[in-house]
Design a protein around this ligand. Structure first.
Ligand SMILES: [Zn+2]
Length: 69
């Protein structure tokens, strides 16, 4: 079954396949800036435990052992 592809930004049917899944270069740019804003980050709240895990990983002293003296 083929579903018509609609642009996630303006919800118009997408016709040019080279800009998929967006209808145009403009909507693709809009989407890019939305991600950049972090606006989408609010949609799916992160698990606090996972954030802590990521922070520990980021501040892991062993990760910096590769810096040469
Ligand atoms: Zn669009």
């Amino acid at each position: 079954m083929v579903r018509p592809v609609t642009c996630p930004i303006c919800h118009k049917p997408v016709q040019a396949s080279k800009t998929l899944p967006f209808c145009s270069e403009r909507c693709r740019t809009i989407d890019f800036f939305r991600w950049n804003d972090g606006r989408y980050a609010i949609v799916e709240p992160l698990d606090p435990n996972r954030i802590e895990e990521e922070l520990l990983k980021a501040s892991d002293p062993e990760a910096e052992e590769y810096t040469e003296e």
